[in-house]
Design a protein around this ligand. Structure first.
Ligand code: ATP
Ligand code: MG
Length: 327
């Protein structure tokens, strides 16, 4: 099969992502954490899986979200936002007991971030296999997995079941390891991670996650191992260094990043992935998909808020025309 065939076509059914839906509240000053009263801005719709689905839908891909929110304004804000992007929100659970999840974030002078999370202790942690989830998965074409959910038993149960059903109907699977240090798991999480890698057609690591996913050191060795495991294509994200595409036929494409002023780096990787996947499933060749993905990541960092810079195809086309590349 050619590299064009690595992922199931959009027409097979929506790309589904399972996991946290949050609001993000951002400190407007730079400094160390939240130990004193300070100005904040938000709530912004957030959660890595939700950012991914939002950008996927905006790009024109068929996309659907599985997650849980509270019966509150934070939840309504998120559902309305995803629906406006064109995503299917039919399998989002509204939990009557717990509030919508939240993340407070403040940037330090060196660019590092301090977080206060209320994630799996919120409605986000109430995920389960419902009739609406079953109906969605039964007509889905692709499953995208964020590594952040592998430590969460409720989400993992859905992912494992959904992966089997979607693969059986000719669908495909992708994984963004997203191994944030705050969320590192245990031995069980590592086993789930290894299973997901082996099941994935497309891998979207950033930095050292490539070697971590392969379980071996060195970029070339890691790629060899991943393709031997059955992965079809790997797209490595390098922040302001751009991104590289690799497939198992030995093709490598390097895309420089767009030259933008970074206002808020959160969500770049998720927007990148959502745009890339939508493009590939819509039948675009890897080089064109990589350009849209880099544009989606770069455009998103120019706006404060984790998905405020996610763009439609027309907005990304304009961004690409008007923005230079880094050397
Ligand atoms: P995160 O998980 O924090 O959202 P990530 O590590 O998964 O991010 P990045 O490599 O940070 O992903 O960003 C994804 C892509 O977005 C990059 O490959 C690049 O194309 C684009 N991008 C990110 N940051 C910038 C930037 N400062 N300038 C230009 N492009 C950027
Ligand atoms: Mg990432």
């Amino acid at each position: 099969m050619t590299s064009e065939g690595a992922l199931a076509r959009d027409a097979l059914g929506p790309t589904v992502c399972v996991g946290e839906i949050l609001v993000e509240i951002v400190a407007t000053t730079i400094g160390e954490g939240f130990l004193e009263p300070q100005p904040l801005v938000g709530p912004f719709p957030s959660g890595a899986p939700a950012i991914f689905i939002d950008q996927c839908a905006r790009m024109g891909g068929s996309a659907a979200m599985v997650g849980a929110v509270g019966d509150d304004d934070f939840g309504r804000l998120n559902i309305a936002r995803l629906a406006r992007a064109g995503a299917d929100v039919s399998a989002i659970i509204v939990d009557r007991e717990r509030p919508t999840g939240s993340a407070f974030v403040r940037y330090r002078p060196d660019g590092a971030r301090d977080f206060v999370y209320n994630m799996w202790t919120s409605a986000a942690g109430c995920l389960g296999w419902t009739d609406a989830v079953a109906a969605l998965i039964g007509r889905a074409g692709h499953l995208h997995v964020m590594g952040t959910v592998l430590a969460e038993p409720g989400a993992w149960e859905i992912i494992e079941r959904a992966a089997g059903i979607i693969k059986d109907r000719g669908g495909s699977v992708s994984l963004d390891p997203n191994l944030r240090k705050e969320l590192r798991g245990d031995g069980e999480t590592d086993r789930r991670f290894a299973r997901m890698v082996a099941m994935s057609d497309l891998l979207l690591p950033s930095g050292e996650e490539l070697e971590r996913a392969a379980g071996v050191a060195g970029e070339a060795e890691a790629l060899r191992r991943l393709f031997a495991l059955g992965v079809r294509e790997v797209v490595l994200k390098r922040g302001a260094g751009g991104a590289s595409y690799f497939d198992r036929d030995g093709l490598r494409l390097d895309a420089p990043a767009f030259a933008v002023e970074e206002v808020d780096p959160t969500g770049a990787g998720d927007c990148f992935g959502g745009a890339y996947l939508a493009c590939r499933r819509l039948g675009m060749a890897p080089a064109a998909a990589l350009t849209y993905a880099c544009a989606a990541g770069a455009r998103n960092v120019t706006r404060r808020g984790p998905m405020e810079g996610a763009g439609t195809r027309a907005e990304l086309d304009r961004f690409i025309r008007e923005t230079g590349r880094r050397a």
